[in-house]
Ligand binder design. Structure first.
Ligand SMILES: NC(=O)c1ccc[n+]([C@@H]2O[C@H](COP(=O)([O-])OP(=O)(O)OC[C@H]3O[C@@H](n4cnc5c(N)ncnc54)[C@H](OP(=O)(O)O)[C@@H]3O)[C@@H](O)[C@H]2O)c1
Length: 253
């Protein structure tokens, strides 16, 4: 039977919320942390490699930004993140953002590269989900946001490992929604198109122009995608559940 008990913070402003973000040192993850802080949330930021930008944010938001270093492919890092949340008293949402790419044609893809991509992108999200769910179940409230990719929906030449890992997030997310709705835990997948930040900005000029041309609106702005992710992690998005949201400007065909 569905438990209709809501969290004390459900439906309130972001200032009462605690949100965890994985892969926060740079790129979209860093922008998401900024967007959440600007919205008033308390943020728990997992990162692997320290960066000056994240350190500066930490210093300018005492008591509101908590850093948690770790390789998200390791269960101990997922546990440490949730232990830190427990220390803060609650965990309203997790934004699963950490990811790697190892692009190459499938027929020449080393198994080690396939495994490395699944380990961070899919296993890492599974591990954080597993441990965060326990805390959210006790709260009778929670939200998962999985940052996927347009390649999970459409496929993308050269991205078999990455696209498979990002497609796997949809199965994970929808299963979380089905299994834990009775604890008022929601789950959603966000599938961005090409962005002007992070992985998108690192592409060669020609490839970037080609990929941007696949969108009716060209490459997306990292700041806009971060705002979308922050919205999905907010109480205002509480009725969005068990679905995938494409944020790619519309596909040109
Ligand atoms: N940018 C785009 O065009 C685009 C488009 C569609 C989807 N996305 C998705 O958006 C998300 C962010 O992408 P991005 O472009 O910002 O990527 P990015 O610049 O490559 O940043 C990835 C982040 O994940 C972290 N990370 C990697 N492996 C980790 C691990 N084992 N444990 C903890 N953190 C780890 C990285 O930390 P290190 O600094 O230590 O490597 C980095 O902070 C990803 O999920 C990506 O798939 C991006």
């Amino acid at each position: 039977m569905t438990d209709t008990t809501e969290s004390p913070t459900a439906g309130t402003t972001d200032s009462a919320r605690t949100v965890a973000v994985t892969g926060s040192g740079r790129g979209l993850g860093l922008l998401i942390v900024k967007a959440l802080l600007d919205g008033g949330s308390r943020v728990l930021a997992n990162y692997r490699t320290p960066t000056d930008e994240l350190t500066a944010l930490h210093e300018s938001h005492p008591g509101r930004l908590h850093l948690c270093q770790g390789d998200i492919g390791e269960e101990s890092a997922a546990e440490a993140l949730v232990t830190a949340a427990r220390g803060l008293g609650r965990l309203d949402a997790v934004i699963h953002n950490a990811a790697i790419i190892r692009d190459q044609p499938l027929v020449t893809m080393p198994v080690a590269d396939w495994d490395a991509v699944q380990r961070v992108n899919l296993r890492g999200s599974f591990l954080v989900t597993k441990h965060a769910l326990r805390l959210m179940m006790r709260q009778r409230y929670g939200r998962m946001v999985y940052v996927s990719s347009g390649s999970a929906v459409l496929g993308n030449a050269g991205q078999a490992a990455y696209a498979a890992s990002k497609g796997g997030l949809l199965g994970l997310s929808n299963t979380v929604a089905q299994e834990y709705a009775r604890y008022r835990i929601r789950s959603v997948v966000l599938a961005p198109g090409l962005l002007d930040t992070g992985q998108g900005a690192e592409l060669g000029e020609d490839l970037r122009t080609q990929k941007a041309g696949r969108s009716l609106l060209g490459a997306g702005r990292g700041e806009d995608m971060a705002a979308t992710a922050a919205f999905l992690a907010s109480a205002q998005a509480d009725y969005i559940n068990a679905t995938l949201i494409r944020a790619d400007g519309g596909v040109a065909y």
